[in-house]
Design a protein around this ligand. Sequence first.
Ligand code: HSE
Length: 315
Amino acid sequence: MPKKSAYDDVTAFAPATVANVAIGFDILGHTVEAVGDRVRIKRIEAPEVRICSITGVAGELPVEPERNTAGRAVQAMHQALKLPYGFELSIDKGIPLSSGMGGSAASAVAAVVAANALLAEPLTRLQLLQYAIQGEIIASGAVHVDNIAPSLFGGLVLTVGIDHPRVKQIPVPKSVRCVLVHPHMQLATREARAILKAHVTRSDFVWQTANLAGFISGCYSNDLDMIRESFDDVVIEPQRQSMIPGFGEVKQAAMAAGALGCSISGAGPTIFAWAETHRTVAVQAGMVAAFRAHGLDSDAWISVIENDGARIVNP
Ligand code: HSE
């Protein structure tokens, strides 16, 4: 029988994420330190994966492991490693459902990180990424890693490839923070993906490519003007914005308060902005007021972007 780790019971935290970051649809994402999901896993004798509780801002989430993002991710790991023991999961949701803040990804990531700590020979983060992806597929019906990879690795993360992903953490200028505003409504990722056109025009392709390249080069060279100029999604945002009441006004309020850029967080309805630290309070106030004018209350956070990603919090 394989050796076990020193622990029988661990809890991991995985942060919320802003996927796409305006110009990197399905390939770019960043963490938000202020909020996240926790998964506690106990080792059990029966060689199976079970979910014993789901708490927090859970809503209606399936407790069958094969239908739950955290359960499915750990099941994929459990099956691949052919473990002779099992795992029992308790999921504590801090990220609102269908909010565009990477909740399904964070649960899957926290689960594989916790399960990993119970292995005698822990896997690398890149190996864990493959199992967490199996969980994310259940939630959105598509393979995309722009929530999973940043939640696992931390910070602003570019992922190239799916079967053999290459993950690159990109430096973020030290003066920049993320303002995140979550209106009290839900938008299913499947729905927000289903409305997208299958083709882009050549001119949009050129603009989006230029903006992605400009944004990343601006991050590496600490060039806030370049980041501001490039912070413009000409492909996805125009197609999705009508699904979010007040989107135009919220964005306008953020930009009027001095944001570097503002767009939809993941598939929405949460909207995020990047801003220099001294402007964040005004940006947040403007965005919240604009949602309020459209009859929507919201929760809002101001967060650093770079962090360590998912981690064990107990023991
Ligand atoms: N890149 C994905 C999308 C993220 O925008 O559909 C979903 O969380």
